[in-house]
Structure formats: structure tokens, C-alpha cells
Design a binder for this molecule. Structure first.
Ligand SMILES: Cc1cc2nc3c(=O)[nH]c(=O)nc-3n(C[C@H](O)[C@H](O)[C@H](O)COP(=O)(O)OP(=O)(O)OC[C@H]3O[C@@H](n4cnc5c(N)ncnc54)[C@H](O)[C@@H]3O)c2cc1C
Length: 468
């Protein structure tokens, strides 16, 4: 039988697992684990991760049929099947006047996929933090029989909240919910980072953008409000959908993929974009609508680095210098001459750099788990996105590798587990104070590391990597 070719959203990861299975229920998951005892097993959900997290040459289990949702009678939490997409869960909760405590920029991920990699938005803790209970299928240590276990307290729960699938196959998640709420938003240009940070208390959900090449700072100031939905909310949605999600992205995708574009990218950011951003339009709308966007209409790739608040300013300066260094290698190039092999290794960054604040959480290895166990300091994520086609990305990878390594050395920056992540175990050992505790728990639930793959052995587990 022909093997199924699996690739992720970014098309930077593709592989052929020996078996691709889509179980219809939990019993079928247990049966699959029994049939494939001793083999490598990984789970795949919406395939949005850009890291090698889903890769295996053994059994790949898709959770697309495991999508049940049940609201607990106390209306404080909901029990969800792992393959349920965030957007479907939010739609279900909305009918009950409820929502999730935190959401990322898109809602296409599944609940298990998003929490397995510590997915976050801005101003809150990451989604994994709000998990109350996890049920997972794994192999029993003494008999090797597949069983299901519930983790609802202590370090085991903290490990299971963000585990990259290393404890086993998540069958159900119970997660906190809260009453629906509205968010007020307006966008403003700022002269300095200090101005933006000063406004955090007033706008706890805000996120901001550093524009490449103009180096302007724009902040989307956001706060929860009891005000009614604005009369212009519909118009604002149309502006976002047509103006930002479609038109702006079409321009940026064209600039990113057109080979002679570096000088056009600079001109666009210096002359055009500042004139088109609508500032100070204050709008109130449903939290889900304001906090999410549709920039996934076009294929792209992203690296996201996490630094603590005390390192934010220096880290942003470093990102700016790195972008200039990589971009300047191309500046003198005259379009439309074809690029040489050497020039292809360089990179002109062409997308706004998004910066979000995330509070520390109760997990062992999420990117926003505490760096210092005695002190809580907020994290800031800095994301660099490239809309170049998959075959044009060698320059992006060189840029991203350089940024990840230098930011780790200078600022102890962590890399998102679900985005492009080139850091190895020696770096991660230094970055996550509870990594060893996580490794011990993973060993208890999966002594033979069957639920790991080559990348996870190299980055998280204290294990000799195997080929997979
Ligand atoms: C356009 C886009 C926007 C994004 N925006 C954000 C954002 O705003 N904030 C943010 O933090 N991240 C963001 N991400 C990253 C994304 O949230 C993560 O990569 C997330 O892990 C993807 O979830 P998924 O459902 O696609 O899971 P997959 O990519 O399919 O899998 C991710 C991981 O979860 C594991 N997994 C999935 N289901 C199970 C299960 N049942 N049992 C055990 N393990 C399981 C997989 O094995 C894998 O390790 C974005 C990604 C994209 C493509």
C-alpha cells in the first residue's frame, strides 16, 4: 500500500509515516497502540506547527474524528476531544455565553495541538495554563499494555498541559472557560518602546508591531470593556478583512516572492504603509473577533522568540540589527538580474514584527513557563514571519538560525515549540529550569520514548536521538 505523504501548513515539513490512522473513538486509539507496540508513534492535528513536532516514520494518528465537546454543569470548564478546533469550541461556548480565557492570533488549531506547544495570545497566560485535567493513552510501564490515565494535579498535570505529545496520545482535555466579553481596540503610532510599555496597565491585552525598514512602532491598544459593541464594528471588520487580511497581505506576499524586491520592500514600509494605517479608530467588539485575524490565507513560515521583560528593549534592537545586516547584503542588487547561489542565502525581512506580552504559567516546559522559580517576570514574544514560497526560504532559514542562536546567547531567548525552532538540547537545558522534571515524568509515562521522534529526542528528552 502506498504511504501517505503528510506535510504541514508551512510546507517546510513533509514525510511519509509507515501507517496513517484516523481513529473514530478512544477504543480505536487504544487498539492502534496495541497493534503498534514497540514502534514510533506521533499524533497530528491541524498541522500548523512549523517545527518537526509531528514527524515520524512509524504510526501517525490523526485526531480529526475526536471532536466531542461537553460543558461541565458548573459552567466553569468544558471537556473537549483533542481534535476539536479552537474555532468550533469558541462557537459552541458562545451559544452558552462563554469563551476561552485566552486565544492566539488564529483559531484553526485544535485544542490538543495548541496546548501541546504552549500557544498564546497577548496579555494573558498561554492556553495550556488553563487546563484542569488531561486524559491520555499510553503504555503501562510493567505490562507494556496500552491504557488510559487521568492527570489532574501536581507536576504530572503541569507536564501534561504542554507536552508536545511526549506523555502519550491526549484523548480529552478539561479546560477553564469564562463568560464572554468584549474588547475595545485602537491603533496608535509611538515614538518609543517606553511609551508603549507605560500604557500596558491601561491596555493589558495590547500587542505591538515593529515595522521593518521604517522602524516605526504601532500598538494595538486593547482592553476588556463592558461597553456595547460599537456601531462601526461591522465597518471595522470589513476594513480588517479586505484591507488587512487580503489587500495588505497580497501586497506583502507579492513583495516577498518577487526576486528584485528588497528596495520595494523598503519603499513600501518607509513611504506607503505609514499613510495607510488607520490610527485612533476606537472600536468595541466581541473578544474572539478582535483578538484573531486571518493572516493564514497565504502560506508562510514563522520563528518566534521569547525574552523576559528586562531583555525586551535590547532584544528588539538586536532583531533590528540582524534584519539590517541580512537585508544590506541585498541592497546593492539591481533587479531583475537573477540571484547567485550566494545571494540566495541572504534575506530581506518583509513582514511587521509582532510583539506580545505573556504572563508566566503553570507548565514545566512551555516557552512562558517561569525562567526563575523565585520570581515572576512577564515574557514577550517577538515573531518574524516570511511569506516567501517554500523553495525560496534558504535565506530565511539562515536568518532565523542566526537570530535564534544569538538571541539565546545574549538574552536567554526561548523558541516557540510549534514554530521554526533550531535550538538543540544543550540550549534548552539551560533555558528551562524544570526540564529534568519533565524528562522524568515523560519517562514514567513512556519509558521506551515511543511517543518521541528524532527532533524531540534532540531538543527535549535526555536521550540519544534515533532516526525517525
Ligand atoms: C497561521 C498560524 C498562526 C499561529 N498563531 C499562533 C499564535 O497566535 N500564538 C501561538 O502561540 N502559536 C501560534 N501558531 C502556532 C500553533 O498554535 C502551534 O503550532 C500549534 O501547535 C498548532 O496546533 P495544531 O492543532 O495545528 O497541531 P499540530 O501542528 O498538528 O501538532 C502540534 C503538536 O501537538 C501534538 N498533538 C496534537 N494533538 C495531540 C494529541 N491528541 N495528543 C498528543 N499530542 C498531540 C503533535 O504531536 C505536535 O507535537 C500559529 C500557527 C500558524 C500556522
Amino acid at each position: 500500500m502506498a504511504r501517505t505523504l503528510v506535510h504541514n501548513f508551512g510546507k517546510n515539513v513533509s514525510f511519509k509515516p509507515a501507517i496513517f490512522a484516523e481513529p473514530k473513538n478512544e477504543q480505536e486509539v487504544i487498539k492502534l497502540l496495541r497493534q503498534h507496540r514497540g514502534q514510533s508513534v506521533r499524533v497530528v492535528a491541524s498541522r500548523h506547527a512549523w517545527s518537526d513536532a509531528i514527524k515520524t516514520d512509524g504510526l501517525l494518528i490523526s485526531t480529526r474524528h475526536l471532536t466531542q465537546i461537553e460543558l461541565n454543569p458548573n459552567r466553569q470548564s468544558v471537556r473537549v476531544g483533542p481534535g476539536c478546533k479552537i474555532k468550533d469550541l469558541l462557537r459552541f461556548l458562545k451559544k452558552h455565553g462563554l469563551t476561552l480565557p485566552s486565544v492566539g492570533l488564529i483559531d484553526e488549531q485544535t485544542i490538543a495541538g495548541a496546548t501541546a506547544t504552549g500557544t498564546h495570545g497577548s496579555g494573558k497566560r498561554c492556553l495550556s495554563h488553563y487546563i484542569h485535567r488531561v486524559r491520555l493513552a499510553h503504555y503501562e510501564t510493567t505490562t507494556g499494555e496500552p491504557i488510559s490515565s487521568e492527570l489532574d494535579s501536581g507536576p504530572e498535570l503541569s507536564a501534561a498541559k504542554c507536552s508536545l505529545g511526549l506523555l502519550g496520545v491526549i484523548l480529552e482535555i478539561e479546560i477553564e472557560v469564562r463568560p464572554s466579553y468584549r474588547v475595545e481596540e485602537h491603533t496608535k503610532r509611538h515614538a518609543s518602546l517606553a511609551n508603549i510599555l507605560e500604557l500596558e496597565k491601561q491596555y493589558p491585552l495590547q500587542q505591538f508591531f515593529l515595522m521593518p525598514w521604517s522602524w516605526d512602532l504601532y500598538c494595538q491598544h486593547r482592553r476588556e470593556t463592558s461597553a456595547d459593541t460599537s456601531r462601526t464594528a461591522l465597518l471595522y471588520r470589513i476594513y480588517w478583512l479586505l484591507g488587512i487580511d487580503w489587500l495588505l497581505h497580497l501586497v506583502l506576499v507579492t513583495l516577498a516572492r518577487f526576486r528584485g524586491s528588497p528596495r520595494f520592500v523598503r519603499t513600501f514600509y518607509q513611504q506607503v504603509l505609514p499613510r495607510t494605517i488607520i490610527k485612533n479608530w476606537i472600536v468595541t467588539d466581541d473578544s474572539h473577533t478582535i483578538l484573531t485575524m486571518d493572516h493564514d490565507r497565504f502560506r508562510h513560515i514563522e520563528i518566534e522568540l521569547f525574552v523576559s521583560r528586562s531583555n525586551l528593549e535590547a532584544a528588539l534592537n538586536h532583531v533590528r540589527e540582524t534584519i539590517i545586516t541580512f537585508g544590506d547584503r541585498l541592497q546593492t542588487k539591481k533587479a531583475p538580474q537573477p540571484f547567485t547561489e550566494n545571494e540566495r542565502q541572504h534575506y530581506c525581512h518583509h513582514y511587521p514584527i509582532c510583539v506580545r506580552r505573556i504572563r508566566t504559567d503553570d507548565t514545566l516546559i512551555s516557552m512562558t513557563s517561569p525562567a526563575n522559580l523565585n520570581r515572576e517576570e512577564d515574557w514577550y514574544s517577538i515573531s518574524c514571519i516570511s511569506y516567501q514560497s517554500p523553495h525560496q526560504r534558504s535565506g530565511f532559514f539562515e536568518f532565523a538560525n542566526s537570530l535564534a542562536l544569538s538571541m539565546h546567547q545574549k538574552f536567554r531567548a526561548r523558541c516557540h515549540w510549534g514554530k521554526y525552532n533550531p535550538l538543540d538540547q544543550s540550549a534548552n537545558k539551560d533555558l528551562y529550569p524544570r526540564l529534568e522534571e519533565f524528562q522524568e515524568i515523560a519517562k514514567r509515562y513512556d519509558p521506551e520514548a515511543q511517543f518521541a521522534n528524532h527532533w524531540l529526542k534532540n531538543t527535549i528528552l535526555n536521550d540519544q536521538p534515533i532516526d525517525s
